[in-house]
Design a protein around this ligand. Sequence first.
Ligand code: SAT
Ligand code: MN
Length: 587
Amino acid sequence: MHGTRNTNNRAVVEWVEEMARLCKPDRIYWCDGSQEEKRELLERGVADGVFIKLNQEKLPGCYLHRSNPNDVARVEHCTYICTDTEAEAGPTNNWAPPREMKQRLYGLAAGSMKGRTMYVIPYLMGPPGSRLARVGIELTDSIYVVLNMGIMTRMGGIAYEQLGDRDDFNRGLHCMLDVDPDKRFICHFPRENLIISVGSAYGGNVLLGKKCFALRIGSYLGKQEGWLAEHMLILGIESPEGEKTYIAAALPSACGKTNLAMLVPPSRFKGWKIWTVGDDIAWMWPETDGWLHAINPETGYFGVVPGTNQQSNPNAMRMISHDTIYTNVAITPDLDVWWEGKDKQPPPELIDWQGRPWTPESKEKAAHPNSRFTAPMRNNPVLAPEVEDPHGVPISAIIFGARRAATMPLVFQAFDWIHGVYVGATLGSEMTAAAVGGAGQVRRDPMAMLPFCGYNMGDYFRHWLLIRKRLKYPPAIFHVNWFRKDQHGHFLWPGFGENIRVLKWIVDRCRGRAGAIESPLGWLPEAKDLDLVGLKGFTEERLDHLLSINPEEWRRELLLQEELFIKLYSHLPKELIFQRELLLARL
Ligand code: SAT
Ligand code: MN
């Protein structure tokens, strides 16, 4: 029968019983990850009003979820790293003493599942058999969480198989409470491999395998065990000759990682192919062959919907046309989905993301700017078969990317690993709707990990520097910025599929066959080094602007970088301070 206990692992059973005594659910439902279970839970979710069944002719297997309007993005001010000392968490994280925080959270969780069901979700992050594959158990009173975790992770018996009779699984407790922002806490206890999330039902706060386990706890484990948990997509780029190169790229949330990972080359690049290994998270380790290998711990994509269309990401449009959960998009009267940037002409009438009537005259957006799709990776037409390989893929290049209207050139290559770590450590980007507050402002987001690093950021940089010593073939490191604007506020670079022109230069640099000139920032391409053939209306002046280094902007940039360094000073590796001095001297 569905929902009955399906493991004999003592540690799991005891922990579930303990948490059930605390939360007092009416029922415990042990998930098995099967198709029948999914069907049953979707039906129950529709009956309970958690899901709306969308038009099954247009969108087979697709459902809509509307979150509470107060609960639409990650909440960094309610996110805590509860290490023994405050210094371990570092100045970029909220910290609370583990004992006190746990008591407070257990107080909030107590009795909170009365009248409800506690779902036990066993899940595996990473391909079975991989040395980095890790098991988590999430307990939740949200059907939405169960169904999303079923897409985003390898959920079910496979997790118990990998775990055997060990007890080193990640414990994750999620209680919705009444989605009250005053009772919202996303807390990590790295030493116990424990996550407790209360008071939210929104993606990044509650799909505990993702940011909480795979990044915050993962980065902490990686530090202890000698590997890296990064906020990076992983892609394979294949030339017409069949040569494959793997690239990992860190960009902050909602800056186009999913689009880059699924890029469709323009006609000029006939025969080139991009394969997606992952779109959000990379777990990477120095392999005995001397290369940095990477796996994608996830099995689905939790992507930003607005702006997704035939031009920006045709593969995603296909991917999300079936078996997808939509969160906070608008719908048409015949239960099709709509969002800003889907097509030019909005339909004459819609129901907006909050369930209210909407017309093109309405002032507010129909879909929430951080509305999301949850789609299984097997829907992706360009999914790399290597995604199931426990050995992962060898990484030739690491890209740090930012959303910057000024200052940052289209692309440059760092001089070496240490310089590359400096470039990543000083990454700054304009904020987006993926987190509550501050959209548009430039903030330092080291390695796109500011909200996701589970320990002291200074120690994290040192860990990066140490990884180099264990690599015979370290990836080359690059910085990209697709978002530079001209004086009228128009993007200078067409972006999307055309980004392959930059990727090709990166591949050729890694393989020692593309030119570059030395600049204060690093190696820059010249016009002759980039394939710009067939780019409509693109002039050499535009390229000059895209690649220019403005001394005034860089004076400001260096001051902003210094703010971060001062904040991290007590744990900052000396190497990065030297790098800063060298950059100053070059400029
Ligand atoms: O909401 S998530 O944290 O899962 C997505 C993101 O912000 O990158
Ligand atoms: Mn992300």
